[in-house]
Write a protein that binds this ligand. Structure first.
Ligand SMILES: Cc1cc2nc3c(=O)[nH]c(=O)nc-3n(C[C@H](O)[C@H](O)[C@H](O)COP(=O)(O)OP(=O)(O)OC[C@H]3O[C@@H](n4cnc5c(N)ncnc54)[C@H](O)[C@@H]3O)c2cc1C
Length: 455
């Protein structure tokens, strides 16, 4: 019998497994795919490094840095080029830089004058925080409709591939929602938060890091190193089909095989977690099953730089008000120099999401035609000699955190505690959808399982 079985070899499961193994526990990770890493992997082909999901992490991600330190991989960290702070939003048939300071905000054509004035009124708008606010209610109340349409909604597409009118503000943007609830203003709340964080980091002797980061070989380096540290403790191509209570622990089944452990961490997407427990908790897994997942198609492509002029920066986002179907396009080779050979620029375009799920089902030819037609018009260039490198499709890419999400998760954890003690959860659907949240969920699962096994 193992101490712990972790189901799912994505970053959240492998983080929990690594920490438990480091603390001397006998850990087994079961992963259904032939490669570990879940959504965080880097593919190398024709001298191009392509990310299967996220392309970078933020300097403010405390748990990511903690994991980087615990894995002793600080030397392979790569900061993004300074131009990564340039971000663009499509309006007036062109890519408009997102203003980063007061003077560029005053000059930007991204918003009309009434919209700019409305946005600047934010600190004076009464506190209206409601637990069931959607992200749309929240952003419109704080910043006005035009800013919500042209700045916040594209940001929601970029993070969640979501529908701003469906996501819960408290669930999907808890920090922002709490700024309003506690300080009466998102702007003042953010200023107060930044000030306190700066003081705390100084007290703890931590140097604050700004900007975006990855690793020399791509973001996939971190899941690759995690898998290397776990070595024989990870079994690939084991699709787990059920988890059942047995004497002193649990039995985990995959095909005709089974393994036993005193504790189990399910680091799988919510619908899989629900189906693995359905046999033991019949009828009680609905809260997990009901979490919607946005579908995403990610297309990697490259263009010769001498033929075209492309903007320098992180990438652009497309407001959901136009006929264009692209959610946004990243410029990975502008961020990190060693992603593509000299003379080329690499792009990663996202289609689909909750507002256009059908895009993910388009044939390869139709997707390519759409991509080329749209990007010709967006970049105002012919795109001759473009090469499509990879089309990745994820029917269930990113969890959508609805207004009652925090309560659903809390209730489900209570059920587990009562009916299946020793079963725990990790993953990016619990408190947030980013890398930082996934890693944090791995650390939290480690803490709870460590305590459970000690008793
Ligand atoms: C296209 C895309 C872009 C993204 N961009 C960003 C970004 O820019 N910034 C950011 O912070 N985050 C981004 N994310 C989110 C980020 O990738 C996730 O938060 C993180 O990778 C989630 O890790 P996880 O371990 O929780 O889940 P996953 O990575 O989904 O891992 C779950 C693992 O469980 C395995 N599994 C599933 N079922 C079973 C089973 N029955 N048996 C065994 N194994 C099973 C899966 O194969 C998988 O390996 C993006 C995600 C996607 C899809």
């Amino acid at each position: 019998m193992h101490d712990v079985i972790i189901v799912g070899g994505g970053i959240s499961g492998m983080t929990a497994a690594f920490l438990l193994q480091k603390s001397g526990r006998d850990v087994l990770v079961l992963e259904e795919k032939s490669e570990p890493g879940g959504h965080i992997r880097t593919l190398s082909e024709k001298g191009v490094r392509m990310e299967t999901g996220p392309h970078s992490f933020m300097g403010s991600s405390e748990f990511t840095w903690k994991l980087v330190e615990d894995l002793e991989m600080g030397e392979s960290v790569m900061p993004a080029s300074p131009s990564s702070k340039n971000r663009y939003i499509f309006r007036n048939e062109s890519l408009t830089p997102l203003p980063m300071g007061l003077s560029s905000f005053i000059r930007t054509p991204l918003l009309s004058w009434p919209a700019k004035l409305r946005l600047m009124m934010e600190p004076f708008i009464p506190n209206g925080a409601q637990e069931d606010d959607t992200a749309w209610d929240f952003f419109c109340r704080r910043f006005g409709r035009e800013a919500a349409n042209f700045i916040m909604s594209p940001f929601v597409s970029g993070v969640y591939a979501g529908d701003v009118k469906m996501l819960g503000a408290r669930a999907a943007f808890p920090k922002f929602w709490n700024f309003e609830k506690d300080s009466g203003s998102m702007i003042w709340g953010a200023v107060k938060y930044m000030r306190n964080k700066k003081r705390r980091l100084k007290r703890e002797g931590i140097e604050p890091k700004k900007g975006l980061f990855s690793f020399n070989g791509g973001l996939g380096n971190i899941t690759q190193i995690l898998a290397e540290r776990l070595r024989s403790g990870i079994l690939l191509e084991k699709s787990v089909t059920g988890v059942h209570k047995v004497e002193n622990g649990y039995k985990v089944e995959s095909g005709g095989e089974s393994w036993k452990a005193r504790a189990v961490v399910l680091a799988t997407p919510p619908s899989t977690t629900a189906s693995l427990l359905e046999g033991s908790l019949n009828g009680m897994t609905d809260d997990l099953k009901k979490i919607p997942m946005s579908p995403v198609a990610l297309i990697h492509w490259r263009a010769r730089e001498d033929n075209h002029t492309f903007p320098d920066g992180f990438g652009f986002l497309m407001p959901r008000l136009f006929e264009y179907r692209v959610l946004g396009t990243l410029f990975p080779s502008r961020l990190f120099p060693n992603r593509v050979s000299d003379g080329w620029q690499l792009f990663a375009s996202f289609y689909g999401g909750m507002t256009d799920p059908g895009a993910v089902d388009l044939s390869d030819d139709a997707l390519i035609e759409l991509l080329l037609d749209e990007h010709r018009r967006i970049f105002h260039t012919t795109l001759d000699g473009v090469e499509i490198l990879r089309i990745l499709r994820y029917p269930a890419a990113i969890p959508q955190l609805l207004p009652d999400h925090p309560e659903r998760i809390m209730q489900f954890r209570e059920i587990l505690k009562k009916k299946m003690p020793g079963i725990d959860l990790a993953g990016n659907y619990l408190t947030g959808v980013g890398i930082e949240h996934a890693i944090e969920s791995g650390y939290a699962a480690y803490d709870r399982i460590h305590e459970f096994l000690a008793n």
